[in-house]
Write a protein that binds this ligand. Sequence first.
Ligand code: ADP
Ligand code: NI
Length: 217
Amino acid sequence: MTELDLIQQTAAFVQEKLRDAEAGHDWWHIQRVWNNTKLILETEEADALVCELTALLHDIADSKFHDGDEQIGPRIAGEFLQRIGLDKRRIEHVQQIISNMSYKASLGQVDFHSKELEIVQDADRLDAIGAIGIARAFQYGGFKNREIYNPNIPPQQQLSKEAYKNTTAPTINHFYEKLLLLRDKMNTTTAKQIAAHRHLVMESFLQQFYSEWNGES
Ligand code: ADP
Ligand code: NI
């Protein structure tokens, strides 16, 4: 199979697998992360095949929905990649990246590092900011029946991911708790540049939001 075939087979597999996925991590999220990955790869040197396959497979199975089984995603990805004949070294690399992009990894227990991980992690984080990031935040907030904004509830900084998931803070708070912090978490120079623009989009959105909230034009 050519590299293009491998990527197309993987895209088809993921699209089918995520047919009934929740909206925050559906096929369209995967497609955007894949596109972000390709955009970053235009100016970063890395194993593009590993990056693209990982972008496609990174949310294939969320441990949140599998009794906290952290290995389910990497396992399903690995079994699939073996079936389509990807070499063993690359399969292990894809699995390592997926494991280390997971919830546990975000708590700082990361023991693996590569340029390819940096790129896919950036691509995933880019999908949480900018215009798409704004849309995803309000969709999440709507799903959780949150207020869009409440001037009496200030942002709660420095809560754990789990803790703030369980708060009933309005969606605007999420910008201060997470979205506006992501620009400075980008790994690659390319993603830092893309993030800078998307960050400005969120800042101008917030400025306009408060103007309108306060009855200004
Ligand atoms: P991931 O772990 O893939 O980054 P999450 O499951 O934390 O994603 O979030 C999925 C989407 O929902 C992201 O765009 C994120 O910003 C948004 N989101 C998560 N928590 C909140 C929240 N408390 N309020 C608003 N949006 C949220
Ligand atoms: Ni993702």
